[in-house]
Design a protein around this ligand. Structure first.
Ligand code: AGP
Length: 617
């Protein structure tokens, strides 16, 4: 999705800083990039289709003057093809105002017609150019005051937006506004900046404040004045972000995805270990969780909602809950919830899972639940995100910034958090004894050293052998049962996202009801067959695949000769209790998809058409 970075400083040139910030947003997915400055009463813009490197090359040839004010943007096309003329920033036709914008202006066509009638000319197909012209058309009647013109324009705009604007006549201030698209403000030393995502500003500051829906703000080098929807000024406390710029960098790895896969043992410690109270056999979340034993006993069911990889976490959230707390769980795709019949929420707690905390479908579902009188527990990785701020209760996953578009460590952190949640609910409801709680905690503590085996030379060679099987094919199947059904789906999603090989994840029992028709010697199957109550059934499924000449890549416990004897390649994993097997089994599947994508020469960290935060529905 689109990315915004803008800054206004007391002195010096902020253009390199905003371009650097844009680079940290590359992971969000984009097709063009641009930057604008205000200098000597005029706005200058450079924008190019393609990667930020293309824009930088252009800046090298057609440099911009140094400027202490700059607005930059990466665009992910919604209105109009990815072409230079559609890239942001956009100016009005008289070049009085410049705007960068994330989101979608739904009534842009009628506004454009109206503005054309009034003599405005358009050079792009975008909704953002309409916004620039609308603001410019209101500038005169607001005595040239950009903030007032934007405030006059916004009630006419339907849709979602995060925007930053500047006026040709003022090189000392930026005006920002937000409705349903994220925007954070960074407070630096003699520089104030804004971006759609915190990591973009870590090179300038680690002090942030978040703009809430309906608010606007004026940024100057030494101040950020926020206005509420009624144009009253608001004071907001600045928050410190403990993410370091290094965490958002590759640190010697060829790809963020590889770095993030290898960070997972540490994620386990960061998400879980500080919350474990071994003596009580229980879990203690931070104050923002806000649900005590009594509150947790009121709910008769939990509903888990999310999208994409987080949806696979949701599936496991239900399984953990039913296993540890004997409480029914539902799993609902967040984008489908909005269109379901508006039943009473009753005494359900809805758990919304989102690594970014900004996924539009998940946020809409959250608000819908709340509007029906229900309570929402958000599980997310980004402090200050919309989910963190708007959910009634929150558990942060503390994974550090995840940059690769294909989610790996954030998924792992979600699983750890959901495991803890189920345990907490089980303890609160008296389903788990102190001793049982202690055992489940100690299983988790013992997991971390076991994960080392997944990063050994032997494991890497096994991944290579499995990649020999998958890299040449057009399509394949991932099978798992029970706790590993969501992992089969996640394995398939990872492969499809970054290698563009078609893959589907199925509960293995479903294979005979249709997908088996696909199996022949060109159609491999990845089968998760680690110890547990479904082990024998998985072995039978592997036999069935082999009987049809399908190649098998198995995930099996170290030393399992039965499964490895049947498989063409085996990804061995350390043996762990069945309920923890998803946290182990997902790792070799992530490594496999990474290896296949790398061999095929794909853009691992920024796969085509995908975006890190999907902020439109
Ligand atoms: C993960 O690999 C995907 N890129 C995608 O499915 C993602 O999980 C989904 O868009 C939800 O994102 P969220 O966790 O930030 O809400």
């Amino acid at each position: 999705m689109c990315g915004i970075v803008a800054a206004v400083g007391r002195e010096g040139n902020v253009v390199p800083s905003v371009i650097q910030g844009l680079k940290t947003l590359e992971y969000r997915g984009y097709d063009s990039a641009g930057v604008a400055i205000v200098s000597d009463g005029a706005i200058q813009v450079r924008r190019r289709t393609g990667k930020i490197a293309v824009l930088e090359e252009d800046l090298g040839q057609n440099g911009l003057p140094e400027s202490s004010i700059a607005l930059a943007h990466t665009r992910w096309a919604t209105h109009g093809a990815p072409e230079d003329r559609n890239a942001h920033p956009h100016r009005d036709h008289l070049e009085k105002v410049v705007v960068v914008h994330n989101g979608i202006i739904e009534n842009y066509a009628e506004l454009r017609a109206e503005l054309q009638e009034a003599g405005h000319e358009f050079s792009s197909d975008t909704d953002t150019e309409v916004l620039a012209n609308l603001v410019a058309s209101l500038l005169e009647e607001n005595s040239g005051d950009l903030h007032a013109a934007i405030r006059a324009a916004l009630p006419r705009v339907h849709g979602a937006y995060a925007l930053v604007a500047a006026s040709a006549s003022d090189s000392d201030s930026l005006v920002i506004a937000r409705h349903d698209s994220p925007l954070v403000v960074g407070i630096g030393d003699g520089v104030t900046c804004a971006a759609s995502d915190m990591p973009a500003l870590l090179g300038l500051t680690r002090e942030f404040l978040v703009l809430e829906n309906g608010e606007t703000a004026i940024l100057t080098p030494d101040s950020c004045q926020i206005y509420d929807p009624n144009n009253q000024t608001i004071e907001r406390a600045v928050q410190h972000c403990d993410w370091t710029p290094e965490q958002a960098e590759k640190g010697g790895y060829p790809h963020f995805m590889l770095k993030e896969i290898e960070e997972q043992p540490d994620v386990l410690a960061r998400t879980a270990f500080d919350r474990l109270h071994d003596a009580e056999g229980d879990v203690e979340f931070e104050s923002e969780f806000g649900l005590d034993d009594q509150a947790l006993c009121v709910f008769s069911r939990l509903r888990f909602m999310a999208m994409g990889t987080s949806f696979h976490s949701a599936m496991l959230g239900k399984l953990f809950l039913e296993e540890f707390a004997q409480l029914p769980g539902d799993v609902v795709n967040a984008s489908e919830f909005l269109y379901s019949p508006k039943l009473k929420e009753g005494d359900a707690l809805t758990v919304i899972i989102s690594q970014s905390g900004e996924t539009a479908d998940s946020l809409r579902a959250m608000r819908e639940v709340q509007s029906r009188g229900g309570k929402v527990l958000g599980i997310c990785n980004v402090r200050g995100s919309t989910l963190d701020r708007e959910a009634d209760h929150v558990v942060l996953t503390h994974c550090g910034p995840e940059v690769g578009v294909a989610s790996t460590k954030a998924f792992f952190g979600q699983l750890a958090a959901l495991y803890l949640l189920a345990l907490r609910v089980g303890r609160a409801r008296g389903v788990l004894s102190q001793e049982q709680g202690f055992e489940l905690l100690s299983d988790l503590r013992h997991l971390r050293p076991k994960l080392d085996a997944l990063f050994s030379e032997a494991a890497a060679q096994a991944v290579q052998k499995a990649a020999d099987i998958l890299a040449p094919v057009n399509s394949c199947l991932f099978l798992g049962r029970g706790f590993n059904h969501p992992i089969a789906m996640e394995g398939a999603l990872k492969l499809k996202e970054i290698s563009y090989i078609h893959a589907e994840g199925y509960p293995a029992g479903e294979m005979k009801h249709g997908p088996i028709a696909l199996i022949d010697d060109s159609f491999p199957v990845v089968a998760i067959a680690t110890p547990g109550r479904t082990y024998e059934k998985m072995v039978s499924n592997i036999e069935e695949v082999r009987a049809r000449s399908g190649a098998v890549v198995a995930v099996a416990a170290e030393g399992d000769e039965k499964v490895s004897g049947l498989a063409d390649a085996t990804l061995f994993v350390p043996e762990v209790p069945e309920h923890l097997s998803p946290l182990v089994n997902v790792i070799p599947l992530q490594q496999l998809s990474y290896e296949v994508a790398k061999r095929l020469g794909k853009d691992v960290d920024q796969p085509r058409n995908l975006a890190k935060s999907v902020t439109v529905e």
